[in-house]
Design a protein around this ligand. Structure first.
Ligand SMILES: NCc1[nH]cc(CCC(=O)O)c1CC(=O)O
Length: 310
């Protein structure tokens, strides 16, 4: 083996079934790229996996899912961490870099229920479970007569709570269900107009130490340029408006005819106020497009909404 290919790579991952599927997926890709390399998983439990009794927004948000994995990178117990891009904080510390964004699954939200075929079928007062302020605010805005309640836990836990009858329906990311072979549980995929996805939803990201350019080079073949540009635009919107705090915010970019079509919203959790905007731009200026969309949202009242959120 020569110096330009890796001999051993350790992947840090959370231990939920979805996280392990994603880490295994990356392991398989790396094994194909570097057949002589030994690729291993290091499973870890994060604070985000442990705290299940409170809404995420109240206990510190996305950082809770990546901190332990980043510590493993710093300690050199692992060489890379695989994340759902949706769970990665908008601003990384300078020691870390996102070096590859995999091709995207269906990035939209999914409606799951054994009682109803779609949100439109649900009667007034029916109970919808969701784990995010983003979904909650859109449900209130579009279906003000439904009862929206909080739902935490990993995918299996959420489906179990639905099956136990605690909810009439739940909203989940379609990508997670598809990856775990649970695609048949999806009764309807919610169009972006009904539930605009979170920044990075449906995309996998690989994080390494900034001080290890050789890792970035080895992982470059796993990057999908179009997905990476879309996710950069989405994350720029979120970074510009929300910083590190948890707010009801959606940002969704699609490639249309070689250009990025970017949509975003910021809302109050109860859906009573919502600022929306959309723009198109060149993929090479994804980041700038995201900032421009944040400005457009400000012009629609996003600042007042954010101020009201505190
Ligand atoms: N917040 C948890 C989380 N992080 C990533 C996914 C799904 C997969 C993805 O979006 O890549 C989920 C589950 C969900 O929101 O239903």
């Amino acid at each position: 083996m020569n110096a330009t290919s890796p001999e051993r790579i350790v992947i840090a991952t959370r231990e939920s079934r979805l996280a392990l599927w994603q880490a295994e997926h990356v392991r398989g890709l790396l094994q194909q790229l570097y057949p002589a390399c030994s690729v291993e998983l290091l499973g870890m439990t994060t604070r985000g996996d442990q705290i299940l009794d409170r809404p995420l927004a109240k206990v510190g948000g996305k950082g809770l899912f990546v901190k332990e994995l980043e510590t493993a990178l710093l300690d050199r117990r692992a060489d890379l961490a695989v994340h759902s891009m949706k769970d990665v904080p908008m601003q990384l510390a300078p020691e870390f870099a996102l070096v590859a964004t995999g091709p995207r699954e269906v990035p939209l939200d999914a409606f799951v229920s054994s009682r109803y075929a779609s949100l439109d079928d649900m009667p007034p007062g029916a109970v919808v479970g969701t784990s995010s302020l983003r979904r909650e605010s859109q449900l209130h805005a579009n279906y003000p007569y439904l009862a929206v309640t909080s739902l935490r836990g990993n995918l299996d836990t959420r489906l179990r709570k639905l099956d136990e009858g605690q909810y009439d329906a739940i909203i989940l990311a379609a990508a997670g269900l598809t990856r775990l072979g649970l695609g048949e549980r999806i009764r309807a995929v919610l169009p972006a107009e009904a539930s605009l996805p979170a920044a990075g939803q449906g995309a996998l990201g690989i994080e390494v130490l900034s001080s290890r350019p050789e890792m970035a080079q080895w992982l470059a073949p796993l990057d999908d340029a179009a997905t990476a540009a879309c996710v950069r635009a989405e994350r720029a919107v979120s970074r510009a408006l929300a910083g590190s705090c948890e707010v009801p915010l959606g940002a969704y970019a699609e490639m249309r005819g070689g250009r990025i079509f970017l949509r975003g919203f910021v809302a109050l959790p109860d859906g009573s106020r919502i600022a929306r905007a959309e723009l198109t731009g060149a993929p090479a200026e994804a980041e700038a497009l995201g900032l421009k969309l944040a400005e457009a949202l400000r012009a629609q009242g996003a600042d007042e909404i954010l101020a009201a959120l505190g």
